[in-house]
Design a protein around this ligand. Sequence first.
Ligand SMILES: Cc1cc2nc3c(=O)[nH]c(=O)nc-3n(C[C@H](O)[C@H](O)[C@H](O)COP(=O)(O)O)c2cc1C
Length: 166
Amino acid sequence: MDTLELLKSRRSIRKYKSKPVEEEKLNKCLEAARWAPSASNKQPWEFLIVKDEVMRKKFAEIHPYAKFVAESPVVFIPLTNPEIHSKYHMSDTGLTILHFMIQAHAEGLGTCWAGVIGTSFESELKKLLNVPDNLNIMALVALGYPDQERESSRKELDELVHWDMY
Ligand SMILES: Cc1cc2nc3c(=O)[nH]c(=O)nc-3n(C[C@H](O)[C@H](O)[C@H](O)COP(=O)(O)O)c2cc1C
């Protein structure tokens, strides 16, 4: 598949098969995340992986828009470190998520990003996961074999693009 087709065909998946994710595929997704671009190459991120079903069910109870993490066999949890880069910790860590999601799609896996940072329930998730005070939970990212087909849409380019001057 060419790159544009890969990017356009990725969908947020909210239903998953119970089939486990192969370690090799998971490692490739993590490797892709690690190679995200980063302001001044400071890489203000760390990654948590949770497979434990009891934990995943607790996440689904805490996060009002991430019920699907109870089903997805893996949850990728990128953490941001604002002490490493106060300005770009969020954008950099967001890019690790995108890399992870695109690699997952290339491997035939589905993902869905559920935002956490700045929410009222971030501290509850941090406590549950024993995340140190100085780090933030950027998101819960479900990973697993898709059990649904989805469609999406985007604004047209002519609504978005300004040529030469606004
Ligand atoms: C920052 C961010 C936060 C998101 N949070 C959620 C969420 O809490 N729950 C959810 O089901 N989807 C969430 N999504 C997924 C979006 O709803 C999804 O990307 C969008 O509807 C477009 O669909 P597509 O990814 O299939 O093209 C989030 C996406 C982003 C980028």
